[in-house]
Design a protein around this ligand. Structure first.
Ligand SMILES: Cc1ncc(COP(=O)(O)O)c(C=O)c1O
Length: 370
């Protein structure tokens, strides 16, 4: 409760009205709350990679730790050069972020002023409305079509006030995915004065033939920002490192609002090593495919509806999700409620290692009495 004399009362209404982001419950928190052994808790709540990080990334962190007294390279030179070589773009086309979230924030900071509009889909990633509202801009939420993005409707939602448009592909939390040809036709149809953010945080989990080629389009679309992350298939969520690829003129603009040392030196070193360890990312995708099959089979046995997912998570319809969530917690299994996404009957479950998936399925069977 704030009173008129407190500083918070004088913050812009659009900031005070923001509903804070609710992260997945940390293992230590559940252990404290229910007096459980943290080692016995399974966390399938934040779409993290269930394997440990790449040993190459760990070794790189060890070496970089000797330089902790120094500020990181504010330009992220070596990481941008490594990414540029991998992606076939000039280093000037890459903006590094403290997680790809940071790049999403930079786009809104660079383009949105109060009264401007950003378009995103119903049930799309929570950070789009958050970052939009933090600028005093208006979020235009376009109804989903079969839980996924309705691109023609999103195109139709563009007005003269629209400055930014977000597309998550695959989308979190629904796991829906749109083939590249459809996405490109959509990008081509968006007016050039609207920045299109194509958020590809889960691209590495797609079958190789389905992986996005959108980075190859940036020469044609000076308003396109393609976001990727090291948090998922590359297993470095705690370090916070992601990037956006875009026309160098657009990158120059984003760099003006970027914090000078936004990506720390351990993250930069680990990301370079992880990028070089392609076997790790491919193995992560393989483990994910197997885990997804295991979950799909288990859910079918339990007669639980789910949405076919292209990410490292799956949305399951459980009815009274808050009750089922609580039962799962008591069984030491943390998943993610998604009522805040307008999906009160659903829970989102990250694909874990086989034993973790089994723990989830057993706890779900208990919760549903099946
Ligand atoms: C669709 C989507 N985009 C972006 C992110 C942000 O990831 P990070 O900031 O860790 O790179 C996430 C994380 O869950 C996500 O699901």
């Amino acid at each position: 409760m704030t009173t008129a004399t407190e500083p918070a009362a004088h913050a812009p209404a659009w900031v005070r009205d923001i509903a804070p982001y609710v992260p997945g419950k940390p293992i230590e928190e559940l252990a404290r709350e229910l007096d459980l052994d943290p080692a016995g808790i399974v966390k399938l709540a934040s779409n993290e990679n269930p394997r440990g990080p790449s040993p190459k990334a760990l070794a790189a962190i060890g070496s970089a730790a000797a330089e902790l007294t120094r500020y990181p390279d504010g330009n992220g030179y070596a990481l941008r050069v490594a990414l540029a070589a991998r992606l076939g773009v000039p280093p000037e086309a890459i903006v590094l972020g403290n997680g790809s979230n940071d790049v999403l924030e930079m786009v809104t900071q660079a383009f949105l002023t109060p009264g401007d509009e950003a378009v995103y889909a119903q049930h799309a990633f929570a950070v789009y409305p958050l970052a939009t509202h933090a600028r005093g801009a208006k979020g235009v939420e376009v109804p989903a079509k079969r839980y996924g993005h309705d691109l023609p409707a999103m195109r139709a939602a563009i007005t003269p006030r629209t400055r930014v448009l977000f597309v998550a592909n695959p989308n979190n939390p629904t796991g829906t995915w749109i083939p590249g040809a459809e996405v490109e036709a959509f990008v081509a149809a968006v007016p050039r004065e609207v920045a299109v953010v194509l958020d590809e945080a889960y691209d590495e989990y797609l079958a190789p033939a389905d992986r996005s080629r959108a980075i190859g389009w940036i020469g044609r679309y000076p308003n396109l920002v393609v976001c990727r992350t090291f948090s998922k298939a590359y297993g470095l969520a705690a370090l916070r490192v992601g990037y956006g690829v875009m026309d160098p003129a657009l990158a120059d603009l984003l760099n003006r609002v970027r914090q000078p040392f936004n990506v720390n030196s351990l993250a930069q070193a680990a990301a370079i090593a992880a990028l070089g360890d392609t076997a790790y990312a491919e193995e992560s995708a393989r483990i994910n495919r197997e885990g997804m099959r295991q979950l799909d089979a288990g859910l079918a046995t339990l007669r639980v509806e789910s949405i076919p997912s292209h990410g490292n998570f799956v949305l399951v319809r459980v009815g009274d999700a808050s009750r089922v969530y609580d039962v799962l917690l008591r069984e030491g299994v943390i998943v993610r409620p998604v009522a805040g996404y307008g999906l009160p009957e659903w829970l989102r479950v990250t694909v874990g290692l086989p034993a973790e998936n089994e723990r989830f399925l057993a706890a779900l069977a208990l919760a549903l009495g099946r």
